[in-house]
Each structure stands twice: as C-alpha cells, then as structure tokens.
Design a binder for this molecule. Structure first.
Ligand code: ATP
Ligand code: MG
Length: 265
C-alpha cells in the first residue's frame, strides 16, 4: 500500500527540502520506488537539489490545470532508478492550486510509487493546508532553537485541528559540541518538548552546502549528514537503529557516540 508523507516545518530554512530530497534518495537506493513533489509553489528547490533543473518542462501546476499528463511532468532521477520528481511551478503561487488538485495528483502518484514525499512550504498557511488531506503521514523538521521549536508547535496544532496523526520529528543542524556544552538542546529534549516521536537527527555538516554548490548531492559523499540520513531511512523502514546520544569524552574533548560506544562521526 503506497504512502504519502508531507515534510513540514514552522520556521523556514530549517531543512525540509534537504530532508525530502535525501530521504527519498536513500530509500530509492534500497530499491523503494519514490516520488518527490515540490509543493513549494513559486519557490521550487528540489529540481536544483537533484541537479535536474535543466530537465524541467512541465510542472505540478500544468498537471493540476490538465495541460499535461502526469507522466510528462515527472522527471526520472539521473542516477537512481525508481526516484522521480514532480517540480513545482516557478511562476505560479499558492492560490493557483487547491487541496483537490493536490489530492488528485497524489492519488495518481501513489499508483506509480510506494512512497510519495510532499516538500511543503514553511509555516501554517494555505500552501500547507492544501497538502494535509493528500498526506497519510507527516515528518516535522526543526532546528534545535527556541524560535524554530515554537513555530513547530504551531504546525503540530494545525495537524491536530485537521484531524491528522502526530508527526515524526527530525532535528536538523545539530552541533554536538554545543549540545554537550549546554548551548543547544539535544534532539531528545526537542522531541520531549514537542511531545512527538523522534525519527532522527542530522548534524550541521558543511558537506551539505558544498555538495549543492557543486551540483551534487551530499548523499553521494561519505559525510556525517549522509550517514545520519541513511540511519533515518532505516528507521523509517522500521529497523531498530539506536539514536545518537551525546557523551563527554573522558579527556575533555567531546564526540558524538552511539549508546554502545561506537562513534558516529
Ligand atoms: N544539516 C545541514 N548542514 C548544513 N547545512 C544544511 C543542513 N541542512 C540544511 N542545510 C542548508 O540550509 C539551507 C536551507 O535548507 P533547505 O532549503 O532544505 O530548507 P527548507 O526548510 O526547505 O527551506 P524553505 O522553508 O525555504 O523551503 C540550505 O542552504 C541547505 O544547504
Ligand atoms: Mg524548501
């Protein structure tokens, strides 16, 4: 049975598109058929993150307006068979599509892929509300700071009002040294504050931006963020992968460790 997941955040720029693109890629590598929908109307980014921006001809708005069939708008990933992208319109805005349009599109995509990921705009506006009925489940992305956490609470409230189940949480841009020195909340504290299950955490990793700037995905590299996304993908599929915990090293310096003592970085 295919599933549609919407990737949400309260605050903008916390890593929704990064999570959407890399989690779908990690699943595609495990032979899952995945389709990403860039649902950030007017502000698309997944085409760039997948380095497929030169291949966009039609987009989700063309499909919604019935100007083209969905198969012509879907772009297959260059490297990973089984992964495809439905780009957002770069010119349209949120008022050009409604919840019914999105429902229809997602229903069609669920016939083609086991997992459909909807990369939402930030916040709790109409663009997000339009996605909720089409989605079976949600992932909430936040950074570990008070502003992002407070905004994430608004998203959780919106999900509750809409009769949706609680989201899974990903805490992004974690800086272990700051957690250990008490300058940043741990992912576990963020999850407890929001009262949602923790799917994983991703370290702040310069390889993420470096890869984008070189028109690559950090998932093609060996780096802490890639390892974190791989663990998240395994948990997403139901594997029991321990969550990183932060422990002081004996001689003063710190490292990020699994509970069994194997360093994750
Ligand atoms: N773990 C990370 N380490 C380093 N940089 C990161 C990480 N995650 C995201 N970034 C960077 O943060 C920026 C914002 O990420 P992204 O576009 O995925 O956020 P977003 O939530 O989708 O933003 P928007 O709300 O505008 O859609 C990008 O430049 C991205 O490369
Ligand atoms: Mg985005």
């Amino acid at each position: 049975m295919s599933q549609a997941w919407v990737i949400l955040s309260g605050k903008g720029g916390v890593g929704k598109s990064m999570v959407t693109s890399s989690l779908a890629l990690a699943l595609a590598r495990r032979d899952m058929k995945c389709c990403c929908v860039d649902a950030d109307m007017g502000l698309r980014s997944l085409d760039m993150l997948y380095n497929m921006h030169n291949k966009v001809v039609y987009d989700a708005l063309d499909v919604a307006r019935k100007d083209c069939k969905i198969k012509y708008a879907l772009i297959p990933h260059t490297l990973h068979e089984g992964l495809s992208l439905l780009p957002a319109s770069q010119l349209g805005d949120v008022s050009d599509m409604d919840a019914d349009d999105m429902d229809r599109i997602v229903k069609k995509l669920k016939k083609r892929a086991g997992y459909v990921f909807l990369d939402a705009p930030a916040g709790i506006g109409r663009g997000v509300k339009n996605l909720l009925s089409a989605a079976d489940h949600s992932i909430l992305v936040t950074t570990a700071d008070d502003i992002a956490i407070r905004d994430a609470e608004r998203v959780i409230a919106l999900l509750e009002e809409s009769g949706k189940s609680r989201p899974m949480l990903i805490v992004n841009r974690v800086i272990p040294e700051m957690v250990l020195s008490g300058e940043m909340y741990s992912p576990q504290v963020v999850a407890a504050t929001l009262d949602v299950p923790l799917l994983g955490c991703i370290p702040d990793d310069r390889a993420v931006l470096a890869a984008v700037n070189q028109h690559e995905s950090f998932m093609e590299r060996t780096c802490p963020a890639q390892a974190a996304i791989d663990r998240i993908a395994q948990r997403f599929l139901g594997d029991s992968i321990p969550m990183p915990v932060f422990e002081p090293k004996k001689r003063g310096l710190f490292r990020w460790k699994k509970p069994n003592g194997i360093s994750l970085t």
